[in-house]
Design a protein around this ligand. Structure first.
Ligand code: SF4
Ligand code: SF4
Length: 355
């Protein structure tokens, strides 16, 4: 069973991002009744069971557009008992996002899981609005962040609030301003991902990924913020930041060579379930790395995960046919690579000693 389970609960999105094509999905993919129902999620989570999924990642589209999101997460928290539930959001509708997060906190109150919420910020003011395709978007995300931080104050230790930036060719000069703004808010994390072409996002032909030289320059403020996090955080926070810091040279290597920077454990440590019940090893190559159609298997994850199609996908990935720096997957890839893990631990030690 996977340690890290991502469920994309919808393809619907109220944003119009220039780095992701989910919002212009074919209408047939957005018709009512195409997405997995709460009952199907319940059966999916029950078939995985407790004790394996550490990290439950809720994805979309914009996940908060689902009216039953809190119920889906309650089901996942009860049946999987993850330590961490993660919810990215575009933050475009402050009232809806904050209400939904409040509902989620209420339904998982008796569980041990920590909830982290991560609105996206790709630039300051009009830059963010231009990249995300909606005028006034930045102001709305800032309101979402402020209200989430108020909520965090009422749920100490249960709610973490961060922000995430997609570094693309559209915002190469923005990272410094985004990091400075985020630092004024006392967020739990400030992270970035490189803009990638992903089949799930329908952006395979979009020229959004920076070159290695562009990325090396643009990423510096995020690297500096990660070093500060390593200095100031508890041991777990420092290790997570160190893994993120190790991802930067690995991403550069991928940009220079197009080869996978490390052995990838997608389909072993990580699984991704699409909105209509397709089981993927990852969403970057959702077609080639498709392991099963869970709806055709009565949502029996266990059977799909141990089936011949899943084994074939794992063999394909192990042979190195694909390669990418998908951040959600790279945590496990680094943790399972002894040299990289030693490098991350050494970073923590050196930075904390001021070396
Ligand atoms: S990146 Fe997120 S917010 Fe933007 S279109 Fe894609 S799913 Fe929507
Ligand atoms: S290297 Fe990237 S594309 Fe290939 S399986 Fe891993 S996450 Fe997916």
């Amino acid at each position: 069973m996977p340690l890290n389970l991502t469920v994309s609960v919808t393809r619907a999105c109220n944003s119009r991002c220039r780095t992701c094509g989910i919002w212009c999905s074919e209408p047939s993919l957005l018709e009512p009744g195409t997405e997995l129902t709460l009952d199907e999620y319940e059966r999916l989570f029950a078939s995985i069971g407790r004790g394996s999924v550490y990290f439950l990642n809720i994805s979309g589209g914009e996940p908060t557009l689902r009216d039953d999101l809190a119920a889906i997460i309650e089901s996942g928290a009860r049946l999987l008992e993850p330590a961490h539930v993660h919810l990215p959001t575009n933050g475009l509708d402050p009232g809806r996002v904050v209400d939904t997060v409040g509902q989620i906190l209420a339904v998982i109150e008796d569980r041990d899981a920590v909830l982290s919420v991560k609105p996206s910020i790709d630039g300051i003011g009009p830059v963010h609005d231009r990249i995300r395709g909606i005028e006034g978007n930045y102001d709305r995300v800032m309101e979402t962040l402020e209200r989430l931080l108020e909520l965090r104050g009422r749920h100490p230790g249960r709610l973490e609030v961060g922000c995430g930036t997609v570094l693309s060719r559209l915002n190469l000069d923005e990272a410094g301003d985004v990091v400075r703004m985020a630092e004024t808010l006392d967020l739990d994390s400030i992270i970035h991902e490189i803009a990638e072409n992903r089949e799930e996002m329908g952006n395979e032909s979009w020229a959004i990924t920076p070159s290695a030289a562009e990325y090396a320059r643009a990423v510096r403020p995020f690297a500096a913020a990660l070093r500060q996090t390593i200095e100031r955080s508890d041991a777990m926070g420092a290790l997570k930041a160190a893994l993120r810091l190790r991802m930067i040279p690995l991403t550069m290597r991928w940009l220079r060579t197009s080869a996978g920077p490390l052995r990838c454990y997608a389909g072993s440590t990580n699984a991704h379930v699409g909105p209509r019940g397709r089981l993927w090893a990852c969403a970057v190559q959702a077609r080639a790395n498709r392991m099963a159609d869970l709806r055709q298997m009565d949502m029996d994850f266990r059977e799909a995960w141990s089936g011949t199609a899943a084994s074939r996908v794992r063999r394909r990935i192990r042979s190195g046919e694909c390669g990418c720096p998908l951040a959600n997957q790279m945590y496990a890839n680094i943790l399972l690579d002894p040299l990289e893990l030693a490098g991350a631990l050494s970073l923590v030690s050196r930075i904390r000693k001021g070396a």
